[in-house]
Design a protein around this ligand. Structure first.
Ligand SMILES: [Ca+2]
Length: 320
């Protein structure tokens, strides 16, 4: 018997690790990817959207609609990073582009048109601007949202400032708005932080497994990830953590995670800790939990599913 599929709406800023999140959500057997919205983030909105289109075109999935979302944060700023190269995705020029993103209307219109009345899960792997706006302007959609899973935040050191993780830092107000809205509507909000994704590094044996798929697409994939690894080496990591698909994997296999409900809030004010996720793991403040904080994942299983998805992607690739 085939397990029931999970309807996923992916909001992302493709991005090297986002590319892996797209692959997993396209080709995991339990996933039904309904659509993608793009956001500024790893690079400009233009680049993030182009990268998404190219990836889907290359993988023959032009049926997945792509909405071109927010160009700036709620406060009209945009952080920058060099971690993902000039285009936001290494080797993006080797991919093909065969359709256009949707720019008319707002995200709500496209989701309603695509999703209908179905329940679905939102996975956010970039700044949370698009989803904050969606929840702010169209709260009638909330009953249809089963849960929101986001990659972002840290209880340890940051990756953009000493204290802050990039996705949250890029739009802290949006992230806090999403937390507040989920709490108000009792909507499940799952946090996949750097604490967890740092345990999902692309070690050498995993790279060998991707290499052994031995197609043009898997080679592209490995090359892209190796460039990403170089960027991480400059930050004292031997192997790159692959953050974003860990959030998609939660949507598909929550049983593989250890979860702890905790109070989490975003520092949107201070100079040194701007964008910091304050995670009260020990319950010191005595406040109601605001997020389901993912403490652990079965790392081997995550990689098994990720590599299987790359294998299927390789079979579907148009650059063969
Ligand atoms: Ca991302």
């Amino acid at each position: 018997m085939q397990a029931e599929k999970v309807n996923i709406w992916l909001d992302c800023d493709v991005g090297n690790d986002d590319a892996m999140a797209v692959i997993l959500s396209l080709f995991h057997p339990k996933s039904n990817l309904l659509g993608i919205s793009t956001c500024f983030g790893n690079t400009s909105l233009e680049n993030c959207t182009n990268n998404t289109i190219r990836l889907l075109s290359t993988l023959g999935r032009t049926d997945v609609p792509v909405y071109k979302g927010a160009e700036f944060s709620l406060k009209s700023t945009r952080a920058t990073t060099k971690m993902h190269g000039n285009q936001g995705l290494y080797g993006t020029d080797k991919l093909i582009s065969s359709f256009e993103p949707i720019i008319e209307g707002d995200l709500y219109d496209l989701i309603k048109k695509t999703v209908g009345e179905k329940e679905f899960v939102i996975v956010i792997t970039g700044p949370q601007t698009n989803i904050a706006k969606l929840l702010r302007d169209h709260d009638d959609i909330i009953p249809q949202i089963k849960k929101i899973v986001f990659m972002g935040g840290t209880s340890g050191f940051g990756n953009v400032t000493p204290n802050s993780e990039y996705n949250i830092y890029s739009d802290p107000e949006a992230a806090q708005f999403v937390i507040d809205t989920c709490q108000q509507h009792k909507l499940k909000l799952i946090m996949i932080s750097l604490d967890l994704t740092y345990t999902c590094q692309l070690l050498e044996p995993l790279q060998q497994r991707i290499k052994s798929i031995n197609t043009k697409f898997s080679d592209w994939c490995l090359e892209m990830l190796k460039e990403y690894q170089q960027a991480y080496k400059a930050q004292d990591f031997d192997y790159p953590p692959i953050h974003d698909p860990v959030a998609v994997f939660y949507a598909l296999h929550p049983e593989m995670y250890v979860i702890k409900p905790v109070y989490c809030a975003i520092d949107c004010e201070s100079k040194l800790c701007y964008g910091r996720t304050v995670i009260d793991k020990k319950g010191v403040y005595g406040l109601e939990p605001t997020v389901e904080y993912a403490r652990k994942v079965v790392v081997n299983e995550f990689w098994n599913h990720m590599i299987e998805a790359i294998q299927v992607a390789a079979k579907n690739s148009k650059i063969e």
